[in-house]
Every structure is written in structure tokens, then in C-alpha cells.
Design a protein around this ligand. Sequence first.
Ligand SMILES: [Zn+2]
Length: 157
Amino acid sequence: MRKTASSSRSTTSKSTPTILPSVAVRRAFKAAVEARKAAHAPYSKFRVGAGLLTTTGKIFAGCNVENCSYGGTICAERTAIVKAVSEGETEFTDIVVVTDANEPAFPCGFCLQVMAEFFTDDTWIWIANTRGFKSVHSFRELVPKPFGPRQLNGTNK
Ligand SMILES: [Zn+2]
């Protein structure tokens, strides 16, 4: 298991996390709450923010950006990941996803697939609303059998 910025966690999920998020994760939460304010969600009205923490300690924030075609919509998590990758950051320890819903809102399948490109089994996904953290899960827990870059190794491309 790779050491993370907040490495005092076990690999099991915590519903209503009993562990305290690290200072860095709390900073990512604040960045997600702030980014959520910029959400372009005129169709669903469901505003989402994401705060992505890199192994180098940087935070990239994102919001959902909906499109009138609907199919052109990009989620907050992918916005944050694309921002980070476009600036040369491809290794991540945690992502915080913030909505205003009482029910935990997990990343959608598209976002989980994009996460599979960059996240390790032990990258942590914090589910939160604007009032605080709801749960924390390893990427492996949410996607136990991902289709990732390693599946392409050994092919005759
Ligand atoms: Zn998504």
C-alpha cells in the first residue's frame, strides 16, 4: 500500500467515518465546497464539487458542468481529474465529493472509469455534503475489478 498524505486509515470503509480526515483532506473538502458554488447545473439543479488531493500535496477542485445536449455534461470529479492531469499531476491520494444531499452521492460510472486510469486501489474517496463527511471508501471498495491501463498490457496494439 502506497503511503498517503493521510495514512492513518485502514483499508476498510467507514460509514459515518469514525476517523478524522487529515488536514489535507479537510482542505480538499473546503476546496470542493467552494468549487461547488461554480457548478453549472441549470438542468439537474444538482450542484457537485470535488477536491482532488495529489501525492505532491496539491489540491485540484472541480464542479459539474452540464450541457444542453446532456451527453456533453462533465461531472465534478472528472473536472478535477482533467485539471490535474493537464497540469502534469497524475498520482492522487484522496478525492472529496461534495453535494448538498442528505443521501450519500457516490461517483457515477463514468467517473469511476476515469478514476481507474489514475487511482490506485488505496486512493480514498470521501463522500460528503456541505455540512460534513458522510463516509470514506477505498477505490478498490467501489470498483473491485476495474478496467484499467494494466488490462491493455500484453495486447498486440
Ligand atoms: Zn460522474
